[in-house]
Design a protein around this ligand. Structure first.
Ligand SMILES: Cc1cc2nc3c(=O)[nH]c(=O)nc-3n(C[C@H](O)[C@H](O)[C@H](O)COP(=O)(O)OP(=O)(O)OC[C@H]3O[C@@H](n4cnc5c(N)ncnc54)[C@H](O)[C@@H]3O)c2cc1C
Length: 553
């Protein structure tokens, strides 16, 4: 090693993979060259290891003879590598956090030809596969089947169900989690030899460094993708009561007879319905005046009715004052409309939101500024207040979905490594709450549209107008469209329906690509599908739907 030097060249004129190969070949065939690495043609760069004293001008001439331009950027002895290279490794990109955002960032870095490290302190795959989307949706689907088997709406169809084997349901969920963790993370990692996986906790050091297990590293760029964790409000008595968070609630081995769920947003509502359908008596307490408080008001109201019809106790506008645990039972004391109310249950689940994982990372040493909830402040290209450090995923404290995390991770890596300056585009993000009926929405609610100053028109179509819902004998829910009367543009779509998540993408595309209500009305939708309801809702702006014949004609 002591006899070698590392040269970094800026290469001009490379426009494709073949160009990179030509430059690499020209360098390899030059006198004194021992190793050549071009981290993708887009990088505009070549790293060359040469025997000490090799003539860099001869190397530049070889590149020019191949039809490109080369300029020496740096030259240093390999024995003079700074000590802070982490056991001799230097990475072009270090990604902190091995969840969806981190994996997407690392893969993009590798695809661009860079040496990448991914550092994970917990379980590979992060929240979604281990304690989020996958286990929750597995339990939801199992309980949907169980619930449907006991449902007597289907005339002439005998339905019956045996006793629920909860232990088996949980075991199947664990199997799916293990399988997807292997196929979507562990195996994927094995397919990218350019990515080094480091199982440990990372912290920042000054000078754009990272410290892992006391070892200093100095990567070229850093992406922080450390996600978020469950957060509980400072309610007297709560911290000492040993309550469940979403992670623990997804892994209860025994069914409780009763459960209080504090918080009626997506995570709280999904878990509340899972347990209610499994036979637990569930009470949902929400501080805001309505459940699903960030959805359109019409959706909140109809969802509350649907959950109550299944036997859940739902109490919005409840201000919790105190939590106690006495003789193995939780007691939640608070007020509704100024009057004291007390709820008791065997289990208490707190689902009051998530906060970014940024504590104990010494971000201040890296010049990375945080917002009031500990979220990393980024610009529109996901660059933090330190130009060498980017952030993506839940750690940004917004758009907390797995698909936005993956999108942001890949974008941050590309911007960090190539300077592409691509803008994070959060327009018309579709959102789904996997209750049954599901809530799915995109764009502005009616109230948001009015607040934004649009001339708003809205149409609300009960699902009982949708032939598919009639055939399925399940007319729970509604579709609400919000539009701008000045331009006829769709501004928002809000659906409460079975499998609404399968319908919302049509509305999301319409919003993203600026479709008008007229264009929606003129588009063909297949008959006897729920998504046809979107066309009917668009027609409802100008027609009496009871006068329509078949197929929205
Ligand atoms: C119950 C539940 C259900 C959900 N359901 C859905 C759904 O249906 N659809 C959907 O789109 N989204 C869903 N989400 C949200 C989704 O899971 C998250 O938005 C997504 O997983 C965030 O990905 P991320 O990569 O930003 O963070 P994470 O996946 O949380 O990854 C961050 C990783 O960083 C690691 N880490 C933290 N600090 C350090 C450190 N200092 N050094 C090294 N590693 C560190 C953590 O261990 C973690 O593995 C759900 C979430 C929950 C909780």
């Amino acid at each position: 090693m002591a006899e070698q030097e590392r040269l970094e060249f800026e290469i001009q004129g490379m426009t494709c993979d073949s160009c990179a190969k030509h430059v690499e070949q020209a360098l390899r065939e030059s006198e004194g060259v021992e190793q050549v690495r071009i981290p993708g043609w887009e990088s505009g760069r070549a790293d060359v290891v040469v025997r000490r004293g090799a003539d860099h001008q001869a190397l530049a001439q070889a590149v020019e003879a191949a039809g490109y331009k080369a300029r020496l950027r740096s030259r240093r002895s390999l024995e003079e590598q700074p000590g802070d290279r982490g056991a001799g490794q230097d990475f072009d990109l270090m990604v902190i956090g091995g969840g969806s955002a981190g994996f997407a960032a690392a893969i993009k870095g590798a695809e661009l030809g860079h040496r990448v490290a991914i550092v994970e302190a917990g379980t590979i795959g992060g929240t979604c596969v281990n304690v989020g989307c996958v286990p929750s949706k597995a339990l939801i689907r199992a309980m949907e089947h169980y619930h449907a088997a006991g449902d007597h709406r289907f005339r002439g169809v005998e339905t019956s169900r045996g006793a629920l084997n909860w232990g088996q349901v949980v075991a199947h969920k664990d199997e799916l989690v293990a399988e997807l963790r292997r196929s979507k993370y562990q195996d994927v990692l094995a397919a990218y030899p350019e990515i080094t996986y480091i199982q440990s906790r990372a912290r920042l050091k000054g000078g754009n460094g990272v410290e892992i297990d006391g070892q200093p590293y100095k990567p070229g760029k850093i992406i922080i993708a450390t996600g978020a964790r469950p957060w509980a409000p400072p309610i007297p008595g709560l911290a000492g009561s040993g309550y469940l968070d979403s992670t623990a609630a997804l892994d209860l081995k025994e069914l409780p007879r009763s459960m209080i769920v504090l918080g009626a947003n997506a995570v709280g509502l999904e878990l509340a319905q899972i347990y209610a359908r499994a036979g637990t008596f569930v009470t949902v307490l929400e501080l805001m005046p309505r459940i699903a408080p960030f959805e359109d008001e019409a959706i909140s109201q109809a969802l509350q009715e649907a959950l109550q019809a299944e036997g859940l106790q739902v109490v919005p506008g409840f201000q919790t004052a105190q939590v106690e645990k006495r003789e193995g039972r939780y007691r939640v004391v608070g007020a509704e409309d100024g009057a004291e109310r007390v709820f008791e249950a065997e289990q208490l689940l707190v689902a009051t939101g998530r906060r970014p994982n940024t504590a104990d990372m010494r971000l201040e040493q890296g010049g990375v500024e945080l917002g009031p909830r500990g979220e990393i402040l980024v610009d529109e290209t996901l660059r933090s207040t330190n130009p060498q450090i980017y952030a993506a995923g839940d750690v940004m404290g917004k758009d907390m979905f797995v698909y936005t995390a993956a999108y942001g991770g890949a974008l941050a890596a590309e911007n960090a490594l190539t300077g592409a300056g691509k803008v994070y585009d959060a327009r018309a993000i579709p959102r789904v709450t996997f209750t049954d009926p599901q809530v799915a929405s995109a764009g502005l609610t009616e109230a948001q549209a009015r607040e934004a100053g649009y001339e708003v028109a809205a149409s609300t179509l009960p699902m009982s107008y949708v032939p598919r819902a009639l055939a399925a004998r399940d007319t729970r829910g509604l579709i609400k469209l919000v539009a701008d009367t000045a331009t006829d543009l769709l501004l928002g779509a809000h659906i409460l329906a079975p499998e609404a998540g399968e319908m919302i993408q049509v509305a999301s595309l319409a919003l993203r690509f600026g479709l008008t209500l007229s264009q929606l009305r003129e588009t063909l939708f297949p008959y006897l599908t729920n998504v046809e309801g979107l066309k009917l809702a668009a027609l409802a702006f100008e027609k009496d739907l009871s006068k329509l014949s078949c197929c929205a004609g």
